[in-house]
Design a protein around this ligand. Structure first.
Ligand SMILES: NC(=O)c1ccc[n+]([C@@H]2O[C@H](COP(=O)([O-])OP(=O)(O)OC[C@H]3O[C@@H](n4cnc5c(N)ncnc54)[C@H](O)[C@@H]3O)[C@@H](O)[C@H]2O)c1
Length: 375
């Protein structure tokens, strides 16, 4: 069971509780600029070993370097401080070190089939420095393996402690704030309509969506501290929601947009979501969720309510207006026909399966042709 704590001040107590002497620190390139840098560097442990040799959207080869370093260091706890990428790297490192299969343990097909890891053997603490992925509260880790974005899913990678310290968002560049917040909003919406949703996950989804809709303007345009705290909480709820219900078609269709147009994850997901939602409203008879068409219509209405909109079409307009107000535009292509083909062949089938309305290949091509604009 994960513990979620507020504020960096709880960290020395956590380290004491888990009996940490040698700390393995996973940080990204933003660490030197973070306001919590000094507090982390002065933590009361005998030794700290630091790993930061990875990029956003981390690669398998980079993760392997971290695995070797943790093995050599004999550390007794892992602390990840950073965005979703840093937390995902730390998760993969932990998984591989604990698994008999070693580095190969993080190769996705192996993980989903055979690994049962006792995650309690190395305590793992995560401090998110973006408010978006919710990775601090999920059992997923994302990395690139042989050029393809892969998700490693294993209960052993869920951090034992998630520490939410919203003041770290002060240094997050404005564009990153927008993209990461939209990732959280899409997670809230998608987990809500996912075929895997439960009463518990829907409660988390609702909190994520409501908190973002209430606070996003103050967070983005006024740099307001209280709004930042609410958005960080929302992102965590989004993480808890997808940890149960998972994401759906907007995430499934976004991955190749990120690599093809070099658009951050949250931005790529957010350009897909309104078009998919619009299509779903027009094709309610093709519902895949066993709870049926009426259930799905009610769910769309509940989401619209949380977005303070009278119905789902109005909610889609609000979502599009939000993107416009933040200046988040759709990708523009030089070779649209060619791109549509590449994009439609790259959709993640696992995430797509969670969508409440089936999307055939020709529908996906049609949706991409709306999402991607001509130069
Ligand atoms: N594991 C999961 O459950 C899950 C869920 C959603 C997304 N993801 C993955 O997470 C990754 C995206 O994570 P992200 O959106 O948090 O971005 P990120 O971790 O890739 O970071 C983006 C950039 O922001 C910088 N940064 C982070 N925090 C900062 C701060 N406070 N101040 C200044 N700069 C800062 C980083 O150094 C980096 O350059 C993607 O790979 C995505 O697929 C994982």
């Amino acid at each position: 069971m994960q513990r979620i704590l507020n504020g960096i001040a709880s960290l020395p107590e956590i380290l004491d509780e888990v009996g940490c002497q040698k700390l393995f620190l996973v940080i990204d390139s933003s660490f030197p600029f973070l306001n919590i840098k000094d507090a982390i560097e002065s933590l009361p442990v005998e030794e700290k070993v630091t790993f930061s040799d990875f990029t956003p959207n981390p690669l398998y080869e980079q993760v392997c370097k971290g695995i070797d370093l943790l093995k050599a260091s004999n550390s007794d706890a892992i602390l990840a401080v950073g965005g979703g990428s840093a937390i995902d790297v730390a998760k993969c490192i932990k998984l591989a070190v604990l698994a008999q299969e070693g580095n190969a343990a993080v190769i996705p097909p192996l993980v989903s089939q055979i690994l049962h890891i006792d995650g309690s053997r190395i305590p793992f603490i995560a401090i998110p420095t973006t408010a978006g992925t919710g990775s601090e509260s999920t059992h997923n880790a994302v990395m690139y393996y042989e050029g393809v974005k892969q998700t490693v899913t294993n209960d052993g990678v869920l951090p034992d402690y998630a520490v939410l310290e919203p003041s770290v968002l002060k240094t997050l560049p404005l564009y990153q704030k927008k993209c990461t917040m939209m990732d959280a909003l899409c997670q809230g919406i998608e987990s809500w309509w996912s075929v895997n949703s439960t009463d518990e996950s829907k409660e988390y989804s609702r909190k994520a969506v409501e908190l973002i809709m209430t606070n996003w303007r103050k967070y983005i345009f006024d740099n307001d501290d209280e709004a930042a705290a609410q958005i960080m909480l929302a992102a965590n709820y989004g993480g808890r929601a997808i940890n149960i219900a998972q994401t759906t078609a907007a995430h499934a269709m976004s991955y190749k947009i990120t690599s093809l147009y070099k658009i951050p994850h949250g931005h790529a997901v957010a350009v897909c979501l309104p078009e998919i939602w619009d299509y779903m409203i027009d094709h309610m008879d093709q519902v895949k969720d066993s709870r049926g068409q009426m259930y799905l219509a009610r769910t769309f209405m509940d989401i619209a309510d949380a977005m303070d909109s009278g119905n789902a079409r109005i909610a889609i307009s609000s979502f599009r207006q939000m993107m416009l107000d933040m200046g988040l535009s759709n990708p523009v292509s030089e070779n649209k026909e060619e791109d549509i083909l590449v994009l439609s062949q790259s959709v993640n089938p696992v995430r797509l399966k969670n969508n409440p309305i089936g999307l055939r290949e020709e529908v996906i091509r049609e949706l991409y042709s709306i999402i991607v604009k001509y130069n």
